[in-house]
Write a protein that binds this ligand. Structure first.
Ligand SMILES: NC(=O)c1ccc[n+]([C@@H]2O[C@H](COP(=O)([O-])OP(=O)(O)OC[C@H]3O[C@@H](n4cnc5c(N)ncnc54)[C@H](O)[C@@H]3O)[C@@H](O)[C@H]2O)c1
Ligand SMILES: CC(C)(O)[C@@H](O)C(=O)O
Ligand SMILES: [Mg+2]
Ligand SMILES: [Mg+2]
Length: 347
């Protein structure tokens, strides 16, 4: 572990320098890593591990997603199997079904978790909310997680570009004495940037907060509010969309990613700086109560309950599609589609 200073707070983290890929390969050389589920994280993690030289197989039920796995180069009967066969062959079981689907498959997974195997998650959800999920691993298996901080799509894209997403890792159960080393090796194997340690409870509470908050929920809410105010004051869709979304994603966020908020501010006009410096605190104060409310709802288990109930409905995909359609067909995002089509690089 490397001790690093994060804004004045010392943290022990794992970097690729101190835990290189060769070491990860050595740790996992006798393991068969079975990635169960080929949705969003499944492809990212399995392909990265395969390209990194690990012994990986995929378990996926037959259908469109199975065909996608074939198209990605997984070979039926060799590296691609029905779920039960992959569970049987795997020594590290990567449980990468959606969190709601994990509940349904758990009785099957459990049958194949013989002593000495490892159970790997990318979320603390299943075991933290065990009262709601029934996921209680047997005592003689290692249980750990590596949670990439981003979409599986980006995990793969960044890997291909020679970059990486950061991940957290956590140990829930160490039956063999090797759980920690295996977890870190998996974290390096899936293509993480650096790894920071957490526990299952903290992983799930921070993750559920983040995705409902600034990463996904809050950002759409703030976009919608500003877009609506601009439109109701007579600004065109083009003006409102560029001033709300396009400039942020294309110009300003890349600057924040590169060198921080102050540096982005420093590359804008003094007029913009004055305004942004005056207004960020009122926005913080206005939204903080909503974030407190959100965190409490996560902490109480309410958000898990909602997610399990809603995502376990037989018609959840249709209902989800309706809600995504509402976003897609809003004036703001239809404007976005037109704006994207006009980006110079599209021609
Ligand atoms: N999506 C992400 O980028 C992301 C990021 C970090 C962590 N995670 C976590 O990783 C895990 C996997 O999430 P995901 O978003 O990749 O999953 P997903 O929703 O994309 O689903 C993965 C797979 O589950 C299969 N599946 C669904 N229901 C099934 C059932 N009843 N029986 C058998 N198979 C079934 C689907 O065929 C699909 O291949 C979750 O714990 C999630 O919280 C996801
Ligand atoms: C990609 C996210 C939002 O970070 C992940 O947490 C998820 O649930 O998909
Ligand atoms: Mg999440
Ligand atoms: Mg997340």
């Amino acid at each position: 572990m490397a001790k690093l200073n994060f804004g004045g707070v010392e943290e022990e983290v794992v970097t690729r320098e101190e835990f290189p890929l060769e070491k990860a390969r050595e740790v996992l050389q006798n393991e068969t890593i079975a990635v169960i589920g080929y949705g969003v994280q499944g492809p990212g993690q399995s392909l990265n591990m395969r390209d990194n030289g690990f012994n990986v197989i995929v378990g996926q039920r037959k259908g469109k997603t199975f065909d996608k796995a074939v198209a990605d180069g997984w070979v039926p009967g060799e590296t691609l199997f029905e779920i039960e066969e992959a569970l049987e062959r795997g020594t590290i079981i990567c449980f990468l079904l959606s969190d709601a689907a994990q509940i349904e498959l758990w009785p099957t997974v459990q049958k194949y978790l013989t002593a000495g195997k490892s159970l790997y998650f990318s979320h603390g959800f299943g075991v933290t909310y065990k009262d709601q999920t029934g996921i209680i691993p047997p005592a003689d298996v290692d249980v750990f997680l590596v949670a990439p901080k981003g979409s599986g799509t980006s995990l793969r894209r960044l890997f291909v570009e020679g970059k990486g997403l950061n991940s957290s890792f956590a140990i829930y159960q160490d039956a063999t004495g090797q759980a920690r080393t295996k977890a870190i090796a998996m974290g390096i194997g899936v293509g993480s940037g650096y790894l920071f340690e957490t526990d299952f409870y903290k992983e799930v509470t921070s993750d559920l907060t983040g995705e409902r908050g600034t990463l996904m929920g809050a950002i759409q809410g703030i976009f919608a509010a500003q877009y609506e105010v601009l439109r109701s004051n007579g600004h065109s869709p083009s003006e409102a969309f560029n001033e709300t979304v396009e400039e942020l994603t294309q110009s300003l966020m890349p600057l924040v990613a590169e060198n921080g908020m102050d540096w982005m501010y420093a590359n804008c006009s003094t007029t913009a700086q004055r305004g942004a410096l005056d207004w960020w605190k009122p926005f913080r104060d206005a939204t903080k109560p909503v974030f407190e409310q959100l965190y409490n709802s996560v902490k109480s288990g309410e958000q898990a309950r909602v997610s399990i109930t809603r995502n376990s409905q037989p018609d959840y995909r249709e209902k989800l599609e309706e809600e995504l359609k509402e976003l897609r067909e809003s004036e703001m995002w239809r404007s976005g589609a037109t704006v994207r089509s006009l980006r110079p690089e599209r021609n």
